[in-house]
Each structure stands twice: as C-alpha cells, then as structure tokens.
Design a protein around this ligand. Structure first.
Ligand code: GCU
Length: 397
C-alpha cells in the first residue's frame, strides 16, 4: 500500500516534469537563454541596410514563422463581394455612421461570408484612420445598437477621438474551437491547407479575415485605408502580430497582452510555455510548432523577430501588471530585442533596459508600450493609450 502511494507520487512528479507542466513565476529562475540572430542571414551574411533586410533576411524570417509557428496565410481567391447590409447615418445620437458589411469570398466555387461592423465619425471632412479589431470575444462585445457598451470595444470614445472603429467576429472565418476550427475558410476555401504541416490554422485564418476587412476599407471613401490600426487582445493579439507581419497595408499593429507566441519571448521561461499553449490550443498553430514544446531553444525564431517583421511600420505592445501568464517583461523584451531593425531604418528607439513603471506609457519612433495596472483584459484605459500613440504616429495633434 505504502509502495503503491510512493509509486503514484513518483508518477505524478515524473509526468509533470516531463510535460513541463510546472509554470515558473520566479524571475530568479528564468535562467540564461540565447536568442536566434536577427541580423545574420542563413548564409552567414550580416545585414546592415534596409535593402538587405527587405530582400534577404525579412523573407527568411517570415518563412520560418510560416513553417514552424503559425502556418501560411493564403492570398489567392477567385472573387470577393462587398454588400452593405445595414447603414445608419445617425448612429450614436448622430455622432457616427454605422455600417454592417457582408464580405463574401469565393474560391473553387465555394463561398464564405464574414460580417464587418464599423462606425465612422460624422463630424469630419477627411477619410478617417480605422481601428480594426480581430475579435474572439463574440459579437456581443460589438453591440451596434450601443445598448451594451463593452469596454473591450469602446466605440463612443474612439469616435470622439476622430477615428473609425470596426471589428469582425473570428467565428465567421474560423471558430475558436479545437474541433470546429476548420468550419469556416479552411473547409470551404482552403481545404488543402489542413493537410499541410505548415498549413493555415486558427491565428492565421483570423489574420486572413482582417485582410478581407482591409480589402473593403480600400473601397470605402469614409476610411483612410493607408491608416489601418490592427488590434487584438490575447489570442487576438497573437493573430494581430502575425497579420501585421504579413500585410503591409497595416499602418499600426497593436498587440494587447498577446503573451506566449505573441509579443513575449518564448525562450524566457516565465508564465505560459510552448508546451502549455500547444497542448491547450493546438489548432491555433501549424502542426510543426508542437515539436518545440519544452524545446524552445531549438526554435529557429523567437518572438522579437515577429515584431521586427512589422518594421518600419509601427508596433504597439500593451500588457497588464497582474497578467503574469502573458509575461509582461517578456513582452517588453520582445519589443526591445526588435530594436536593431528599427535602428536599421534610422529610427532611434532607445528603450530603457527595464520596463517602464506601471501605467507609464513609452512612445518612440515607431513603437510604443505600456503595462497597465490590473488583470488580463482590454480596457478603455488601454484604448486611450492606443489612441494617444496613433495621434503621435499619424501626427494628428
Ligand atoms: C489562454 C491562453 C493564452 C491566451 C489567452 C486568451 O490563457 O493560454 O495564450 O492569450 O487564453 O486569449 O485570453
């Protein structure tokens, strides 16, 4: 009996060690890690100009993320149609115009329709910059009647600041579900991707949806499609970064508490790990990613390289002090370690070695960061910081 008990204790300890289940929240136990080289090409050439970065190193890194982490985002389709299914020019007591747009994409005679919701301010002459939210929190957070005002999508405040706000529910392109994630564009439009080890999965599919929203904005005269701000929270933040890295039409990429496989360095052993994320959410990533569970040092990339892919367009990284699972310091370092690429473009970022104090925003050319007090969420406070950053970047105030 006693031996049996001992055996079970051993079994539990052994399996938790093996699976890497023990989460580290102790800074002194993070340990040493060596990041892959950002500015040395696969041929061993040192990158010292934007041209070399754009022609050689950037495509190399993009491909590594495609093959080992997120999978591809296919660009081809046969047809896209936009239909404004609802319009209200007197929304928000006359302050804004509401549009609901059905976007139907066809490939190989199969179609998928996603709905884009958007408000633009009325008291402006010029086309407006547009916030676009990759929304995994459901349509209820973007109530077009404005009966339910959710701080996750604070439309009134954004309109007041002179920006448009929009979003789509990720369920339209790929349900956020281990089993049902193919029931959208994967089954209907890109079934061949499902079989590929570097094929599109959830996070990439959501990015694909954001790209179709920009396809629409390019046709809508009330929107300045050169000033699109992609926003995502947490899993949406991971997707926003991967999308911003791919699609150069995004002017500012915002990642709110995207954590592991988002802005946080994977090699920093703090909070969520590749093992946890690929166990709980395998369908977000391409199948190849799983081999790096408990084996982060073998990853050919780390997340600072994802941020670097967005440069010289702007990147904003937000975190929350109590959200240790997402590793605020690891997210700051993700941004900081991308600096050499900002510097290649002559952008003097000079981030301090340590994270700024809680609730203290840092704005540099072309990057920003804050660590809000409180828990895992996207709040009106976070939005105020995004707006302030966009005002500076677009030189609006
Ligand atoms: C889980 C997951 C995180 C993710 C978060 C969210 O906690 O482990 O990686 O960011 O969900 O999307 O809220």
């Amino acid at each position: 009996m006693k031996n049996l008990k001992k055996f079970f204790i051993f079994l539990i300890l052994f399996s938790s060690l093996k699976m890497g289940y023990a989460q580290n929240y102790d800074e002194s136990k993070v340990g040493e890690y060596l990041l892959p080289e950002l500015l040395i090409t696969e041929n061993g050439q040192t990158v010292s100009t934007p041209e070399q970065w754009e022609k050689i190193r950037r495509p190399e890194i993009l491909k590594l993320f495609e093959d080992h982490v997120y999978g591809q985002i296919p660009k081809d389709f046969d047809d896209i149609k936009f239909k404004v299914i609802k319009q209200d020019k007197k929304a928000m007591d006359g302050k804004a115009t509401l549009k609901e747009v059905a976007i139907t994409v066809t490939r190989n005679r199969k179609s998928v329709t996603m709905n884009l919701l958007m408000f633009t301010p009325n008291k402006v002459k010029k086309p407006v910059p547009m916030f676009l939210v990759i929304n995994h929190r459901g349509i209820k957070t973007m109530d077009v009647t404005r009966q339910n005002k959710d701080g996750f999508w604070p439309a009134e405040e954004v309109i007041e600041a002179g920006y448009g706000i929009s979003g789509f529910d990720v369920i339209d392109v790929s349900p956020d579900d281990k089993v049902k994630f193919t029931e959208g564009i994967l089954d209907q439009l890109y079934p061949e991707q499902i079989k590929m080890d570097n094929g599109m999965r959830g996070l990439g599919a959501w990015g694909w949806g954001a790209a179709r929203a920009i396809d629409y904005f390019e046709k809508d005269k009330s929107v300045d499609a050169t000033k699109i701000i992609s926003v995502g929270h947490s899993r949406g933040g991971k997707s926003s970064l991967w999308f911003g890295a791919q699609d150069k039409r995004v002017a500012i990429t915002v990642s709110n508490e995207s954590g592991n496989s988002g802005a946080a360095l994977s090699r920093r052993n703090f909070g969520e790990t590749v093992d946890r994320i690929t166990t709980n959410f395998p369908y977000w990533f391409c199948p190849n990613y799983r081999q790096y569970a408990g084996n982060e040092d073998k990853l050919p990339v780390d997340q600072h390289m994802l941020i670097a892919l967005i440069v010289p367009r702007a990147v904003y990284v937000a975190s929350a002090a109590e959200d240790l699972w997402a590793d605020p310091k690891g997210q700051y370092l993700g941004l900081k370690k991308a600096q050499p690429v900002f510097n290649l473009y002559g952008l003097e970022t000079n981030l301090p070695p340590e994270m700024p104090d809680v609730n203290e925003q840092i704005i540099r050319p072309h990057m920003g960061f804050h660590n809000r007090e409180g828990k895992h969420n996207m709040t009106p406070y976070d939005w105020q910081q995004f707006i302030r950053f966009a005002d500076v970047y677009f030189d609006r105030k």
